[in-house]
Design a protein around this ligand. Structure first.
Ligand code: GLN
Length: 536
């Protein structure tokens, strides 16, 4: 079977619903992907449907011109000429084409949406844990709030639940503060003041490493150190704006909030953070010129920055995208900075649950006592979960549960690449088009069988490609091996238990093919196998 034939099979259709003949070939212009009426005009609204299905939402800056054009254009549902439409959407043609071709990071975005909806529904029932109560502002948050938001590295977005409600970042702010220190000073200088080992202790434990430094930047002591390192020369207001601006850019240019009462409360109930600060000062851990009280104040302000899950997911996607915001193309951090940050999120981001999280979820993440959780799937997507009930370690109970379920259905754990997508794993690859791996496996198998490439067939078998799968014409690997006279391939397939008598669309079995092509020995082998299977 050829790839072209695979393309004819309905299962090979792109999830966008765009017929294969329109997807194939070189750059043809946006309109080539859409249906036209007999007079050559077409309804521009169909473009929006394709974008929406792919997760490219109407407020995406990359389709701003198209949206403006559609608003200006005649009533919804009416048709325009190709020239008019091309002129109106030219600046957005790149993203429209990629969405129509099914070439965005998660090609089958509707499947991801369905899974996130299901996970939200299932996990909502979980009411374990308790809201943080060390300050009244957190204790008063509605415990049942629950949002999940995803954003891919191509800016495909989906949110469910309380995704438009703001919450304070708390410890999630530690990620960006660390990135800012790296950008300003480089890792060598930064790590003269803070370690990079997990502490194995609670996030605010009064403990330091052997060098008398905070264990890492993802716990309180280390994050206070980050605050000491960020833009020391600026006054307090400008330092805060500097951090808030980084969050704004990571979140696609949307302004971030600040919860003043959380800040005031944090400041008045901060004995432990003061103790950490004084202890570090006593050890000489801070850079010269550090004003401890200003630094602590700055730390409380960073914890009090507010975002919605919708925007935190975009920020997480910017990290997944090596520091470039997928919606704006703005490079906020260098790839090297993000790499360091994700490394420490992987080993230290989930408090003293970090080892267990790395084992079961296998992805960089950071949680905060507000119930926020930011999860990064490098080169694929960012996910934000917000649910305020916390477990004993201070992590969002539902947040962890959402991560668990995502990793149950997708091969996104870092080391899933070792186990593949075998049937035993029950996992799918969100990077593939619907059925893409199955189709590619079958095409590869049939091709290898026709070429007599037994090594490749063994490899595909090890990757769980079904050896008796048939192509669009009902041709199996055994048919092709028989027709081409590849005895060793046929023997291997038979000993793996494939059906010796599959019938193609013309009514032919492998035995017919072997006889027709004059491969006598092979015909005998097949006849014996047919007989044995009839007897057995
Ligand atoms: N403001 C909190 C503190 O410093 C943040 C800690 C957290 O989210 N784990 O204690």
């Amino acid at each position: 079977m050829t790839a072209a034939k695979a393309g004819k099979h309905p299962a090979a259709c792109d999830p966008s619903g765009v017929p294969a003949r329109r997807r194939a070939g070189a750059h043809t212009g946006v309109v080539e992907f859409f249906e036209r009426d007999p007079s050559g005009r077409f309804v521009p609204d169909q473009v929006l449907k394709v974008l929406q299905r792919a997760g490219v939402l109407a407020d995406d800056p990359r389709i701003a011109e198209t949206i403006a054009y559609l608003k200006r254009a005649r009533p919804a549902g009416s048709s325009v000429t190709v020239e008019e439409f091309t002129a109106g959407t030219q600046r957005n043609s790149g993203i429209i084409e990629r969405a129509a071709r099914g070439e965005l990071a998660v090609p089958d975005f509707p499947a991801l949406v369905a899974d996130v909806r299901r996970i939200h529904r299932e996990v909502r029932a979980d009411v374990r844990g308790a809201v943080a109560d060390y300050i009244p502002q957190l204790a008063r948050v509605e415990a049942d709030r629950f949002a999940i938001s995803v954003c891919t590295v191509d800016g495909q977005r989906f949110s469910i639940g309380d995704a438009g409600v703001r919450f304070c970042l708390q410890s999630v702010s530690k990620t960006v503060n660390y990135c800012l220190t790296l950008e300003e000073h480089g890792p060598d200088t930064v790590h003269r003041h803070v370690g990079r080992e997990p502490s194995g202790q609670g996030f605010n434990e009064l403990t330091f490493n052997k060098a008398g430094l905070p264990h890492n930047p993802m716990i309180n002591a280390g994050a206070i150190m980050s605050c000491a390192l960020i833009q020391q020369g600026l006054d307090a207001a400008d330092r805060f704006d500097f951090v808030a601006d980084a969050w704004r850019r990571l979140a696609g240019g949307r302004a971030v909030g600040f919860n003043n009462s959380v800040y005031l409360s944090e400041r008045t109930t901060a004995d432990r953070n003061f103790a950490l600060g004084y202890s570090m000062r006593e050890r000489g851990a801070f850079p010269p010129g550090t004003d401890l009280l200003d630094t602590l104040d700055f730390y409380f302000q960073c914890c009090s920055i507010e975002l919605t899950a919708r925007h935190l997911a975009i920020a997480a996607a910017s990290l997944a995208n090596a520091g470039v915001c997928p919606l704006t193309g703005d490079r906020v951090f260098s790839a090297g900075t993000v790499r360091h940050c994700l490394s420490l999120m992987s080993s230290c981001g989930m408090y003293d649950f970090s080892g267990e999280f790395a084992f079961t979820i296998g992805l960089p993440a950071k949680s905060g006592v507000s119930g926020a959780l930011m999860l990064v799937v490098p080169q694929l997507m960012g996910i934000a979960v917000w649910s305020p009930r916390l477990d004993a370690q201070g992590n969002s109970v539902r947040g962890i549960e959402v991560c668990r379920r995502l990793v149950d259905c997708y091969n996104v754990h870092t080391y899933d690449l070792l186990t593949g997508l075998g049937p035993g794993t029950g996992k799918r690859d969100p990077r593939l088009r619907r059925d893409q791996s199955r189709i590619e496996g079958i095409v590869g198998l049939c091709f290898a069988a026709s070429q007599g490439d037994l090594d490749e067939i063994r490899r595909l078998a090890a990757c769980h490609v079904p050896l008796d799968a048939a192509d669009y014409d009902g041709r199996t690997a055994l048919h092709l091996a028989a027709a081409e006279g590849h005895m060793d391939v046929a023997a291997f397939l038979l000993c793996k238990g494939v059906d010796p008598r599959p019938v193609d669309r013309w009514g032919h079995t492998p035995l017919d093919d072997a006889n027709r092509s004059g491969h006598r020995g092979l015909a005998e082998l097949l006849a014996n196998a047919v007989e044995a299977s009839a007897a057995g």
